[in-house]
Structure formats: structure tokens, C-alpha cells
Ligand binder design. Structure first.
Ligand SMILES: [Zn+2]
Length: 81
């Protein structure tokens, strides 16, 4: 380390990881949901049932946000770990 770039710490650390606004899901969750008309709420992470694989912006029974997506949509959106 040493004192390279020392002295002016503070402002830089905050803007690093801002992409953490949606829940992500495992591939297993997605596969099970895809076989079973399931989807997930990207706001609270709750599983939803009776959702078509390409459903978008369905209302979440848990949190009330219209952020339930079908399994295939979640995969397309890149919310799979
Ligand atoms: Zn929700």
C-alpha cells in the first residue's frame, strides 16, 4: 500500500454498486417456477403462482407492487444468479 493517493478519501466509495435495486433469483428457482406457472416479485422477492412465464408487472400479493414477473421474463431480464 503506502501513501499513494492518500489524503482524499470519502467521495469515491458511494457510487460503486448502484445496481442493487432488484431481487435476483437462483436458476433453480427459475426452473421450478417455469415448470409450475410461477413467477417472482422483483420488489420483495416473494414467489407468485398462476403466472405465465412471460408475465410482466403483475401485482404482488405480498407487497402490492406491480413487479411480479414470470420465470422466463426474469431470466431475460438477467435477474438470475
Ligand atoms: Zn412483492
Amino acid at each position: 500500500m503506502g501513501c499513494y493517493n492518500g489524503g482524499n478519501e470519502g467521495n469515491n466509495a458511494t457510487t460503486q454498486r448502484e445496481t442493487k435495486m432488484s431481487h435476483t433469483f437462483t436458476i433453480e428457482q427459475i426452473m421450478i417456477a417455469d415448470n409450475d406457472y410461477g413467477g417472482f416479485c422483483t420488489a420483495c422477492g416473494e414467489e407468485a403462482f398462476g403466472v405465465e412465464p412471460d408475465a410482466r408487472n403483475y401485482e404482488c400479493e405480498s407487497c402490492g407492487e406491480r413487479k411480479v414477473f414470470g420465470a422466463s421474463e426474469l431470466a431475460i431480464m438477467g435477474l438470475v444468479e
